[in-house]
Structures are given as structure tokens and as C-alpha cells.
Design a protein around this ligand. Structure first.
Ligand SMILES: [Zn+2]
Length: 484
């Protein structure tokens, strides 16, 4: 009978403080509290999934119950308590999954149990996973015991959602915040497994697995197992792309090149078609391209490039491409792609939406002459155009040309304008008469051109007369234009 396959996440689960990866500060704090015998009665381990919260709780429980702990606070592994633990038959360490045991009754039965001392070892340790799933009634039933448990009881609560824990619970616990594990540490662990299990793997394939696990070791190991099986223990970068159904940076670079560097719309549409042919959903394509652009934007400044959590050679590639392109183009392309996410849900044709979105990223696409023509012919523009024509009548021309002295009274302004029209601008006067002739409706008998009243330039014209004449002249001009 063949040996039973054990998933890597279980097979390589940390079983000592030393093997707890990526949580150095927490590991050392726990170690010191064991050495100094300063054990709290309740702990809360918070953090994203798959970063070692439950493993840390088990290791800690095992170490504090060990009958012969080592000098570095590690469990001996040979005493009765340790052996029970290794055989998963511990009589003093209890695990409860609050996701499935979340009623007040479950907690009441637990509270009734805790008063009895442990059969073996010093402490009874209760590890309650996903504690945020407990109902309010269950929390309330738990509160009193959590505040003053018997001296032989320790609670270790674990959660991915710290914000859902009641403040009354938080204040009774010593809190440890677990953080996402760095890609480097995940990759080292994958390399160690490759050596131990005799699995071949390309370096950049392991980088990609680490990068796609978002800081979760359990997710990384589970992905690793899947790809090892798919690739028959020969893990390549392309196998990882296929297995995870993701598009590689090489493909996105081609798309980026077609959009930004070549501005080739046909190539853009062709590349999109190629992605769709390969079975990728438009959402996956656009999201992947957004990630690619985001990497470029972050890599633009060497100071922020370290945020990428990627191998140096890949960061260098992004930095060079970003600086060649310019930050503004990348930034605006990213903004446009964010809109795709909002419009996607309501779109009847996802493919068309993806096509338009990608085409709109081509730098010159928005300055299409057709769009400019449409804008120029908009009603608002037309109105403004008509107004500007009206202004160009001889009288109005003189009105617009005059430089208004702020110290002049209104009537003086009129006077000045009027005198400009009648005396100084002979050509304007001629224009005005010509205009009058031109604008007369042909079928109607030709209007007799009335001579404009004259006022001696050096005389002292009556102000009211000047204003009246000017206003009449302007009225006539405006009416004529309106009739056209
Ligand atoms: Zn032991």
C-alpha cells in the first residue's frame, strides 16, 4: 500500500518556537514569558489567515505544559505531555472552532469544564479559533470566566477579524498582532520543501507562488502542492501561470508596449483577443494589467520600490520601464482601469467594455479629430459663435475697441464712443452704411438710408441726445442681425 500523501501545510507545520517563521517579535515575547514564568490567563492572536496564529498557540501550549522544558523554553518532546501532544491526544490542550461552535450553549459547557484541574501537566489550555464568530450571547456567557479563570486555565483566542471582537473581551486579553509573512521567507520555506521532497522548481516560479500568496504561508504551501502535482514535481514559471490561471508579466509588457509605446490600437485589440482565446475572463485581464501598472507606479521612485516585496531584478525591470514611460501616463491609465471595475457589473458586453477601456489608454486616442468636431458643433459652442458674429458689427466693434477710463462717467463713455463712430472712424461709418444695405431683405423696397445725425466734433453735444442716438443706432443694428 502506498504511503498516504500529507499536504505540505500539515507536514511542514511549525512544531517549535524556532520553526515559527516570519513572526520573530511574537516568538521572542512568548519565549521570554515562558522563561520568566509570566504566563497571562488569556491571549488574543490576531492577523491574516495562514500566518501561524494557530500553530503559535499550539507550540506555546505545548511548551508551557512540558515537564522538562529546555533552556530556550522549547518543549522537550519526550515527556508524557509532549508525547500526548505529538499523538494528537492531549488531555490538557483543547481546540474549539468558534465558526461551528458559536452558540451560548457551547460556551456554557466549556465554562462548566474549566473548573476541573488538568489530569496531566500544569495547565488546561483552551485554544478558540475564529473567536469573532461567537454569538453575542456566547460572548456574554464567556466574559466572566475569561476575566477570572481558575489558576490552571489559559485561554488562547485567535481571530482574523480583530475589529469584530467586543472591547470587553479585548481588554481581558494580552494581544499579539501577527503580520503577513514576507515573500522572501515564504520562498525560503518552499526551497526547503523542494530539497526535502526532491522537487525541481524554477527560481522565478517560486517567486511567483510567494507573491500570489499575499503573505500567507498556508496558502503558499497549498498552491505549491497543487502545482507540484500538476507539473509532476517539475515546477516551472509557465506551469505556475497555467495552474493559477494568471497572465504573466511578459504578456502584460506586450500589451503595455502596444498601448503606450507603439500606440497601436489594432495590436491592443489583438492582444486582448488572444487573452480571451486562452480562456481568461476580461475582469482577470484588466485586474492583472492594473497590478502590472501599479508595480510600475510604485517602482518609479527607488524609495518606494521596496514596497513591492519582489526580487531586486524584477524591481529593476519595473523601475526602468516606469522611468522610460513617465509617471503621469501610468497614473492616468490606472485611474481609467479603476473605472472598469465600477462599470463591469452593469455592462451587457464585458468584452466591448474591456476593448474601449484598453483603447482609451492609448495616449492620443482621446484627441480623435472626430471628437473635436463634435465638441465644436455642440449647441453651446454654436451660440457663442453667433454672439461673436453679432459683436463684429461696426457699432459694436467700436464699443469693444474703446478703452474705458474708470474715471469717466457713463454718459462720457457714451459720448466718447459715439464721437469715435461718427467722426474719427470714417471707414467705420462707411462700413455701417454698407452693412445696412446688405442686410435689407431683397423683396422689400430698398430702405432709404437715413443720414446719421451729425454733431460738431469740437462743440459741446447734449449728453441725452448723444445717449439717445447711440442707443437707437445700436438697437437698429441688433434688430437687423436678428432678422437674418
Ligand atoms: Zn516535554
Amino acid at each position: 500500500m502506498s504511503e498516504q500523501f500529507i499536504v505540505s501545510a500539515r507536514k511542514f507545520r511549525p512544531n517549535s518556537l524556532a520553526s515559527l517563521l516570519g513572526q520573530n517579535a511574537i516568538r521572542e515575547t512568548l519565549r521570554q514569558s515562558i522563561l520568566q514564568k509570566k504566563i497571562a490567563h488569556a491571549y488574543l492572536f490576531c492577523g491574516p489567515r495562514g500566518v501561524g496564529k494557530t500553530s503559535a498557540a499550539r507550540i506555546f501550549a505545548k511548551s508551557i505544559n512540558c515537564e522538562n522544558p529546555k533552556n530556550d523554553a522549547e518543549a522537550c518532546g519526550t515527556c508524557s505531555c509532549c508525547q500526548e501532544f505529538e499523538q494528537h491526544s492531549s488531555s490538557n490542550i483543547f481546540e474549539l472552532d468558534a465558526a461551528s461552535n458559536n452558540s451560548a450553549d457551547h460556551i456554557r459547557s466549556l465554562v462548566e469544564e474549566v473548573i476541573y484541574p488538568p489530569i496531566l501537566g500544569k495547565y488546561k489550555i483552551y485554544i478558540i479559533d475564529e473567536v469573532h464568530m461567537l454569538s453575542t450571547a456566547a460572548f456574554n456567557a464567556f466574559l466572566k470566566t475569561l476575566e477570572e479563570p481558575p489558576a490552571h486555565v489559559i485561554f488562547i483566542l485567535a481571530t482574523t477579524e480583530r475589529q469584530k471582537i467586543l472591547p470587553t473581551i479585548l481588554s481581558r486579553c494580552q494581544i499579539f498582532d501577527f503580520r503577513a509573512i514576507s515573500n522572501d521567507i515564504i520562498k525560503q520555506q518552499l526551497q526547503a520543501i523542494c530539497s526535502s521532497e526532491n522537487i525541481k522548481a524554477e527560481d522565478k516560479a517560486l517567486d511567483l507562488i510567494a507573491n500570489k500568496s499575499n503573505g500567507g504561508m498556508r496558502d503558499a504551501l497549498s498552491t505549491f502542492d497543487r502545482i507540484a502535482s500538476y507539473s509532476n514535481n517539475d515546477i516551472t514559471y509557465n506551469k505556475v501561470l497555467e495552474c493559477l490561471n494568471i497572465i504573466g508579466d511578459g504578456d502584460f509588457y506586450t500589451l503595455f508596449q502596444a498601448i503606450v509605446l507603439e500606440k497601436d490600437s489594432a495590436k491592443v485589440l489583438d492582444k486582448l483577443d488572444n487573452f480571451i482565446e486562452r480562456g481568461f475572463d476580461t475582469r482577470v485581464i484588466i485586474d492583472g494589467f492594473s497590478d502590472f501598472l501599479r508595480n510600475l507606479l510604485i517602482a518609479f521612485e527607488p524609495n518606494t520600490a521596496k514596497l513591492l516585496n519582489l526580487p531586486p531584478i524584477q524591481i529593476q525591470y519595473y523601475t526602468e520601464l516606469a522611468q522610460k514611460t513617465g509617471r503621469s501616463i501610468i497614473y492616468h491609465a490606472l485611474l481609467r482601469l479603476q473605472n472598469f471595475g465600477k462599470e463591469y457589473r452593469y455592462s451587457n458586453s464585458k468584452r466591448l467594455l474591456a476593448e474601449i477601456t484598453l483603447l482609451s489608454l492609448i495616449p492620443d486616442y482621446a484627441s480623435n479629430p472626430y471628437l473635436q468636431k463634435v465638441a465644436a458643433e455642440s449647441p453651446k459652442e454654436k451660440m457663442q459663435q453667433n454672439n461673436s458674429e453679432r459683436i463684429q458689427t461696426p457699432v459694436a466693434k467700436a464699443m469693444t475697441n474703446i478703452k474705458v477710463n474708470p474715471n469717466l462717467k457713463p454718459e462720457d463713455i457714451i459720448k466718447e464712443t459715439y464721437s469715435n463712430i461718427l467722426y474719427e472712424k470714417e471707414d467705420t461709418k462707411a462700413d455701417l452704411q454698407e452693412e445696412k444695405t446688405k442686410t435689407t431683405v431683397p423683396s422689400v423696397k430698398k430702405e432709404k438710408i437715413e443720414p446719421l445725425p451729425t454733431i460738431q466734433k469740437n462743440g459741446n453735444p447734449n449728453k441725452n441726445q448723444a445717449s439717445q442716438i447711440l442707443s437707437q443706432t445700436l438697437d437698429k443694428e441688433v434688430k437687423k442681425k436678428d432678422n437674418i
